[in-house]
Write a protein that binds this ligand. Structure first.
Ligand SMILES: Nc1nc2c(ncn2[C@@H]2O[C@H](COP(=O)(O)OP(=O)(O)OP(=O)(O)O)[C@@H](O)[C@H]2O)c(=O)[nH]1
Ligand SMILES: [Mg+2]
Length: 424
């Protein structure tokens, strides 16, 4: 193993998969079928689903996660369907993964590994790539043995890791640790550059789109700005941040689209995306986009709020944007969302419904923050007048002798520099 990691070499494309869900007594239901989201994730990674298994459990079995009888049932299902992969809708510990693979005789992966595989397929920019590689390397470290077994199975080997394999794993472990250090350093460097970029852009009001994966964030960004950002009916189509100018009726603001969130996002994944989420931390306003046509929309909102809290952005001014209203029939979900979030906008990024109203509303928020000024200064101070015209909204302008009277609205960030020009 050199630059590429084992997960890079594993491809789940076109593999038949069996999905497994275990529900604990206190688990909050997420949609009608608890395996719907895992199925969408597996399909986003290019797999196809050949079977599903469910179990209600009182507690997690420390050795195999699900109960012994259920393990046998999954093993039979795998045999019947010739599934190559079994995906658990939970995070498995390496020892659980080992025990399950011994008994089921197929590759067993968990939700995190599946998400990492999708990230790996969809990554485009250098920063996102380094973030994904770091998350992967940290995931791989305690699981190298399993990953080697997977690789051998995929290549038609016997799946057993012998003595030579064990030595190889030791070497890999050392290389992986070195790699983690290197990636962290690179990420830190990219992060430093990014902070400078973000600060430089601070001239304009910043709006960031956040939301659950597949909510329609990129489609909305395109509809509002005419930008050609990539969109797809797959989870995690976007992994990096794109920013462009959004022209409101009387203002120009910056609009950013970024990586989507998902429930139970492992902490280290959130951590590795911190630099990407930097944008969110700097935003003046968040547009929280929700797929209002989804049966689990309310749970998705909660999951997103959980991640926002984790990255320290829970106090940002936020506007709820209920998207895909073209697909919402007469669903109680939308009414429920309206009751929960009285300040909201209903839109369809696809048909364009509500986009004009959204622009007006955002403009209102921009203007709410403006300070009114009523100044008299020398008509010779052309620089100040030009500054106010460029960064503010002139309400009234009168010349009298060699003086000028100006009434204007200006954002707080421009007030200081303008005042300095007036006095200086
Ligand atoms: N019916 C309908 N579909 C929509 C609407 N907005 C987006 N979609 C579809 O929803 C899917 C996901 O859209 P994206 O814009 O890629 O979603 P995203 O939130 O950027 O997703 P990720 O980047 O994967 O997190 C695509 O198939 C879109 O065409 C809408 O208003 N109505
Ligand atoms: Mg997107």
């Amino acid at each position: 193993m050199t630059e590429r990691t084992i997960l890079d070499q594993l491809s789940y494309k076109e593999l038949p998969a069996v999905l497994v869900s275990a529900t604990l007594p206190d688990d909050v239901p997420f949609g009608d079928d608890p395996l719907d989201e895992l199925a969408a994730l597996a399909e986003s990674a290019g797999m196809y689903i050949v079977g599903k298994a469910y179990q209600n459990v009182e507690h997690i079995n420390p050795r195999t996660y699900i109960g012994k009888g259920k393990v046998g049932e999954v093993a039979r299902l795998v045999e019947e369907t010739e599934a190559a992969v079994v995906i658990f809708d939970h995070e498995l510990r390496p020892n659980q993964q080992n025990a399950l693979e011994d008994e089921i005789k197929a590759n067993v992966i968990d939700r995190t590994e599946l998400i990492l595989a999708i990230f790996n397929q969809n990554v485009r920019t250098r920063q996102a790539k380094v973030q994904v590689q770091l998350a992967q390397a940290e995931y791989e470290l305690p699981r190298l043995k399993n990953l080697w077994t997977h690789l051998e199975r995929q290549r038609g080997g016997l799946g057993a890791v012998g003595g030579a394999g064990e030595r190889q794993i030791e070497t890999d472990r050392r290389l992986l640790r070195k790699r983690i250090t290197k990636l962290k350093k690179e990420l830190f460097e990219i992060g430093k550059r990014r902070v400078i970029e973000v600060e430089r852009r601070h001239e304009l009001f910043q709006v960031s789109i956040v939301g659950y994966t597949n909510a329609g964030k990129s489609t909305l960004m395109n509809a509002l700005t005419g930008e050609g950002v990539f969109t797809e009916d797959k989870l995690f189509a976007t992994l990096d941040t794109r920013t462009c100018v959004w022209k409101l009726p009387d203002h120009k603001v910056l609009l950013s689209d970024t990586v989507g969130f998902i429930r139970d996002l492992p902490h280290r994944l959130v951590a590795s995306f911190h630099a990407t989420l930097e944008e969110v931390l700097h935003a003046d306003l968040l547009l929280h986009v929700v797929d209002a046509s989804h049966p689990a929309a309310v749970e998705m909102v909660e999951a997103v709020n959980g991640v926002l809290k984790e990255v320290g952005a829970e106090d940002r001014r936020t506007l709820m944007v209920f998207n895909k209203v073209d697909r919402v029939g007469d669903q109680p979900t939308l009414t429920h969302l309206h009751n929960l979030f009285p300040e909201h906008m209903d839109v369809s990024a696809r048909t364009g419904v509500g986009l004009r109203e959204l622009a007006d509303k955002v403009q209102e928020v921009v203007e709410e923050r403006e300070t009114a000024l009523d100044w008299t200064f020398s008509a010779g101070n052309g620089k100040l007048l030009a500054y106010l015209q460029q960064h503010g909204k002139i309400l009234n302008l009168e010349y009298e002798d060699s003086q000028v009277h100006v009434k204007a609205l200006i954002e707080p960030r421009y007030y200081g520099p303008a005042a300095a020009m007036k006095d200086g």
